[in-house]
Design a protein around this ligand. Structure first.
Ligand SMILES: [Zn+2]
Length: 248
């Protein structure tokens, strides 16, 4: 059998660097704790963000990668605020899906405040489907890639509130996930940033707000913290008692 050095269990896409850490980082850490490989792909370098530069954001993304323990992280540079639906962009994402051959894909939700998030959601969903079609040819390092369709697509929840289809207990990883978020130092509030433009996410209240949401979702499933997801398809139950465990 052909070796699959890049194969991962989970591949998380984000329109911008930090989308993944802010929205599903604690779940990714949980997956890594369970012994699986996780890779991240940022569709853009976040170059249109109010704060930070392309270079600082790339360095921050690499720092977050090391802190979180991803197998790898790459940036496609499809164009922050120019993330258009095109055959070229679709094929670049298909190439990533076929490279990592994930069982599970995480991506931006379909209904969101930032247009790039919605466009990323559509592009990634479609790329995951088309990556399974043999007659769509993509190449990596000159070699034709075999088709691959991920089994599961989960949409994480960002700015716009949504009722999740599932909530993951992230009590064991929530604190560690903070260090992944804090790797993006240019984006969030620090006391020495007086005089800088105020953005949605560098307000003092933003990170405590994220924690409140995680607490509220945890409350709904009887744990300290939770991370919610929307599902792209109805999940089937195989191991019933794993989903509905007996009391310890
Ligand atoms: Zn974003």
């Amino acid at each position: 059998m052909t070796p699959q050095p890049d194969k991962v269990y989970a591949l998380a896409f984000g329109a911008h660097p930090d989308d993944v850490e802010l929205s599903c980082g604690a779940t990714l850490l949980k997956i890594i704790d369970e012994g699986h490989r996780v890779a991240v792909c940022d569709l853009t370098g976040g170059e249109m963000g109010t704060l930070g530069t392309v270079d600082t954001r790339r360095a921050e993304a690499e720092l977050a990668c090391r802190r979180m323990g991803y197998t790898s992280r790459e940036t496609l540079d499809l164009g922050d605020s120019e993330l258009f639906y095109s055959k070229e962009n679709l094929h670049k994402i298909i190439t990533i899906v076929r490279k990592y051959q994930p069982d599970t894909v995480f991506c931006n939700p379909p209904d969101e405040r930032h247009p790039d998030h919605m466009k990323a959601s559509r592009l990634v969903y479609d790329a995951c489907f088309y990556a399974g079609l043999q007659k769509i040819e993509t190449r990596l390092d000159g070699e034709i890639q075999p088709p691959h369709r991920p089994r599961h697509i989960l949409y994480y929840i960002q700015f716009k509130q949504a009722d999740p289809d599932i909530v993951v207990d992230i009590s064991s990883t929530f604190e560690r996930s903070r260090s992944g978020i804090e790797a993006f130092g240019t984006q969030f509030h620090r006391d020495d940033k007086s005089g800088q433009p105020v953005t949605l996410i560098n307000r003092k209240e933003f990170l405590p707000g994220l924690e409140s949401r995680a607490r509220a979702l945890g409350e709904q499933i009887g744990t300290m913290y939770g991370e919610g997801f929307l599902l792209s398809a109805l999940p089937g139950v195989n191991n019933f008692s794993a989903l509905f465990p007996p009391r310890p």
